[in-house]
Design a binder for this molecule. Structure first.
Ligand code: SF4
Length: 345
């Protein structure tokens, strides 16, 4: 039996973005899905980048790590994880005794796919003695080869926790790696040149032009999910004005959306997040920095597939026990370092 690292109160404190949501779409379908979930002793978790129908029917909506933490504490024996595969794996790692189901196991992640466990082993062999720091957007097999995982919220603290004379292998996100290297001034840090395909939708010139065209608008940059790490990098480079730019976690973004008096807030992240922002503030306009910043993998989870997952119990996410045990250690080290992250992925 594996024990959750957090009490329910801690989870509520560090994951305020998690919220029970009620269906605003087809009440009959929602009731049917919730009844199926009750019948199967299942809880439905949805990542912020899921399609609105999935977000609205889920028991909890949030970022990947927060959802993994809640997965480990809810009483239900089955987790229906509406997100991408590495996230469901992380939920499995943190709640190994539960059944974790993803409605479509083909929902991958182009960032996680940029490094395999074999490639990481080969890289490690070239740098004996180096400490491996991996972003959470990695497969369980890569996490098992990792010393410490990180989110983009605590990546700087994770790197600073490693003795200055110890080399670091940082993977897989080159933008997050460059950001951390600049913040820490670390010279002995090797960075894997991976990136998320959604990066292409949020580039510097576009971001700069949009911010310049909207002098009264605020800019929300969500540092999670590979898609926003380029924006994070650009903001810290001074490409966009710091005073109007807010690097915010999912919960922070929702809090800021509730409080903002701005007429317009430009949102630099995967466009699915905007659904939650609009729900908490109906008067502010939340245009995406790029409408094409859409994760095709996230959108592979459809209402039909969710229903199918509940009816037939597919696709089950399995992680070999030895890999899960090793991967859990790197995740636990991440959680132990620095200020508890309010955000995941
Ligand atoms: S947006 Fe990019 S980093 Fe995030 S899940 Fe999709 S492919 Fe992966």
């Amino acid at each position: 039996m594996y024990v959750c690292l957090f009490t329910k109160a801690q989870i509520e404190k560090i994951t305020p973005s998690l919220q029970c949501v009620t269906s605003t779409l087809d009440p009959q379908w929602s009731a049917h899905i919730r009844a199926l979930a009750d019948e199967k002793d299942a809880v439905i978790l949805a990542h912020n980048y899921q399609v609105p129908e999935i977000q609205d029917v889920a028991h909890y909506v949030g970022d990947s790590l927060a959802l993994s933490r809640i997965a480990a504490t809810v009483p239900e024996s089955t987790i229906i994880f509406c997100g991408v595969h590495f996230m469901a794996e992380t939920a499995k790692i943190l709640s190994y005794d539960k059944t974790v189901i993803i409605p479509d196991e083909r929902a991958g992640c182009s960032l996680a796919d940029t490094i395999t466990a074999d490639q990481l082993r080969e890289w490690k062999s070239q740098h004996p003695g180096a400490v491996v720091v991996s972003y959470v957007n990695t497969t369980a097999a890569v996490k098992a080869e990792t010393d410490i995982c990180c989110t983009s919220s605590n990546a700087v603290e994770v790197v600073q926790s490693i003795p200055a004379d110890t080399p670091i292998l940082f993977c897989p996100d080159q933008f997050l790696g460059a950001h951390v290297q600049r913040m820490t001034g670390r010279k002995n840090m090797h960075i894997w040149m991976g990136e998320c395909h959604v990066h292409a939708g949020i580039n510097g010139s576009e971001l700069k032009a949009m911010v310049a065209a909207e002098p009264d608008a605020e800019l929300f940059v969500h540092p999670e999910c590979g898609c926003a790490t380029s924006a994070l990098y650009l903001a810290s480079e001074g490409v966009v004005p710091k005073e109007r730019t807010r690097i915010l976690s999912t919960g922070g973004m929702l809090d800021a959306a509730r409080e903002t008096k701005a007429r317009k807030v430009l949102v630099a992240t995967e466009t699915g997040m905007i659904h939650q922002l609009r729900k908490v503030n109906v008067t502010t306009d939340f245009p995406p920095v790029n409408r094409a910043a859409v994760c095709k993998y996230m959108k592979m989870i459809t209402p039909e597939k969710l229903e199918n997952a509940l009816l037939h119990g597919t696709d089950v996410v399995d992680v070999p026990r030895d890999i899960a045990d090793r991967a859990r250690q790197s995740v636990e080290r991440m959680i132990a370092i620095g200020t508890p992250s309010r955000v995941g992925e």
